[in-house]
Write a protein that binds this ligand. Structure first.
Ligand code: NAG
Ligand code: NAG
Length: 314
């Protein structure tokens, strides 16, 4: 009898705290609220991760830039998705083997990772295809929220990015991390005041905690959950989602199906944690994400998302 009362008490407390988490947790105070996020600055409408893309996205009214970074041989933090430059420049070289000034230009016809079979082709102007430094981005957009994916598990890279964030006094306007728990832990250690992503491992833990009812009792250091809609898997051909084997794919898809719970997103948002979906490029996907309770959507097509949001569906 006592046992059942105990279980009943646990379930009830868990349910109440799931709905009203601020009864025991201080709500996180993220300084910004973004619905519109440009993935690599909008890889479908400009050359990805370039100053040109970032300026264009901001002109359209994007509320956050998503970008990736690496370290060059001369210790500069450069904005690039890939470490190896074959896909983006046609040259089989690694960023870490080159000085910043020797980086080649991006290819005229640049494939779009999240829009298979599509390429971005811009003007002939070389300036548009130049690799950007993270410093330039910070200089140009001092108060714009920026989401940084730390691409390699390199202590020097993390330290340099951390220094830049500090130097530009933008801890509150930066989110950083990676799928990898090791990288994300290092980021947190380098500077716990910067907004932090959930790593894949922490996402898995989140699911476990939710289905056991423990989640409302557990403190979370992360401020941003960034996940993908399982449906985007169907249009991927390998790439940014690390190349999974079929079994791993199944696991990842199951995780995502378990994750797609509006009640979870509501709970996290009540705790001040933002939920972003990546990388969505179609209207029905935008709709699906916002219906599930996304705070924001990352897209390669900033104009498309802007129109969607303007049309007032959400
Ligand atoms: C680039 O780096 C990877 C390891 O990160 C290495 O396997 C590869 O051989 C390097 N490529 C070149 C062209 O140096
Ligand atoms: C995270 O880091 C790994 C290398 O450790 C990289 O391959 C991957 O693209 C990064 N990004 C994400 C979103 O996980």
């Amino acid at each position: 009898m006592f046992f059942y009362a105990l279980i009943g008490g646990y379930v009830l407390t868990s349910m109440i705290l799931f709905k009203y988490p601020t009864l025991i947790h201080k709500k996180k105070k993220v300084k910004f609220m973004c619905h519109h996020i440009s993935h690599r600055g909008g890889a479908g409408e400009s050359y990805e991760n370039t100053m040109c893309a970032f300026k264009r996205a901001v002109a359209i009214g994007t509320e956050m830039l998503e970008l990736d970074c690496h370290l060059t041989r001369d210790g500069q933090v450069v904005v690039s998705h890939d470490h190896n430059l074959l896909r983006s420049t046609g040259r089989n070289m690694n960023i870490s083997d080159l000085d910043y000034k020797d980086l080649p230009l991006l290819k005229r016809n640049l494939p779009i990772d999240f829009d298979p079979d599509m390429e971005f082709v811009g003007s002939e102007k070389e300036e548009e295809r130049r690799f950007a430094l993270l410093k330039e981005v910070f200089d140009t957009f001092p108060n714009l929220p920026i989401n940084i994916d730390i691409k390699v598990n390199d202590d020097r890279l993390i330290a340099r990015v951390s220094d830049l964030i500090k130097e530009y006094n933008r801890e509150e306007y930066t989110v950083w991390g990676n799928f990898s728990d090791e990288i994300t832990k290092k980021c947190y250690k380098a500077n716990p005041n910067v907004n932090l992503l959930f790593s894949m491992q922490r996402v898995t833990l989140l699911i476990f905690l939710m289905y056991t009812g423990l989640l409302p009792f557990v403190p979370l250091k992360e401020t941003h959950l960034e996940i993908f809609l399982p449906s985007i898997y169907l249009r991927r051909k390998g790439g940014p989602i690390p190349t999974f084997l079929p079994l791993e794919k199944l696991v990842v898809r199951s995780i995502n199906l378990l994750l797609m719970r509006p009640c979870l997103f509501n709970h996290l948002q009540a705790r001040g944690i933002h939920v972003y979906f990546w990388v969505l490029n179609k209207e029905d996907e935008f709709k699906e994400a916002f219906e599930l309770g996304a705070t924001g959507v990352m897209t390669d097509y900033p104009t498309k998302l802007k129109l969607f949001l303007q049309n007032g569906a959400f």
